[in-house]
Design a protein around this ligand. Structure first.
Ligand code: R5P
Length: 314
């Protein structure tokens, strides 16, 4: 297996290559002055891509990540199919087709939140992006996807993987929480898994989102007096969900509050806002940010191994 990456997931790709004990190659990515993207597989990676199965690690966030991922998949498909003819006549112009063998590992799947049509005429964005990607690879690995059901019935197999084991290990070692809180029902299963791995108390809040910046939690008695609490969510964007939950915990006597997530989007000054409410912010390396301190490579490696079994590539 060969691991490839473009501009947005290189550290994660290197972590994955290390986990799998295989080579990593960087794909060249540039932007034209009008912002359009350019990608090229370097000469030294062409033979590697043709001689083994490949896994491309790439985020579909921000929007430029979608285009970059599609262009990289296009180029990888061409190289594997032997379509290497070029205007400068560099190297052989045709090669044999080496067959299927392209996996796409998406640490953070952008657009995962529009997974339903709430009003007539809306695009189900998650589905639209997933279909585009599935048309250019043999399988997809997705890392802590907000709503996994949105990828049901794709044309290629999908391996859902999670960094909750590594997140639990990180919290147990560095925070030593007495209590894990899920800030809404959506994060219930992930947070419960972390609580069970650490063997500590667990509860959840009921959240109503008024708009992108306003959320309300239903009042609930939590047994957190004098305790260290970690709030576990799949993603933190504006930080509003965490700040409101931290308020509820402090009011009820928590002495230390931490926020942990798989995907640290941290939009619009979220980290600065969060540190006024919590004692620590912990995220995985799925996105580059100042808090990406939990390794995501092991979770991706589990996903790759799962797809290998599904596709009978072992
Ligand atoms: C929503 O259900 C997600 O699990 C997160 O709780 C949410 O996306 C966090 O967003 P924000 O940080 O903007 O409150």
């Amino acid at each position: 297996m060969v691991v490839l990456s473009g501009s947005n997931s290189r550290p994660m790709a290197k972590e994955l290559a290390q986990e799998l004990g295989c080579q990593h190659h960087s794909i060249e990515t540039r932007r034209f002055p009008d912002t359009e993207g350019y990608i090229r597989i370097p000469d030294e990676a062409i033979e590697a891509i043709r001689s083994d199965k490949v896994v491309l690690v790439s985020n579909t966030f921000p929007d430029s990540g979608i285009i970059e991922t599609l262009l990289m998949l296009e180029a990888i498909n061409d190289v594997r199919q032997g379509n290497v003819e070029n205007l400068r006549a560099i190297g052989p112009q045709t090669l044999n087709d080496v067959g299927p063998g392209i996996l796409l590992a998406i640490p953070y799947f952008g657009y995962s939140r529009q997974d339903k049509r709430f009003r007539p005429g809306e695009a189900i964005s998650a589905r639209a992006i997933a279909n585009l990607l599935a048309s250019r690879c043999d399988g997809i690995i997705v890392f802590d996807l907000h709503a996994p059901q949105v990828l049901d019935g794709l044309d290629v197999p999908v391996a859902f993987t999670s960094a909750m084991p590594e997140l639990a290990e990180h919290l147990a070692k560095n925070v030593k929480p007495d209590f894990i809180l899920s800030p809404d029902k959506g994060a219930f299963e992930r947070a419960a898994e972390v609580a069970s791995a650490i063997d500590c108390q667990f509860s959840y809040l009921e959240k109503t989102r008024i708009d992108a910046h306003t959320i309300v939690h239903q009042a609930k008695d939590l047994d957190v007096e004098g305790k260290v609490v970690a709030i576990v969510d799949d993603m933190i964007a504006t930080g509003g969900t965490i700040c409101r939950a931290a308020d509820a915990l402090r009011t009820q006597g928590a002495i230390e509050v931490h926020a942990a997530c798989s995907h640290g989007l941290f939009t619009g000054g979220a980290v600065a806002r969060l540190i006024r409410y919590v004692d620590g912010v912990h995220a995985t390396s799925s996105l580059k940010n100042p808090r990406d301190i939990i390794p995501g490579g092991p979770a991706l490696a589990r996903g790759v191994k799962q797809l290998y079994r599904t596709l009978e590539w072992d």
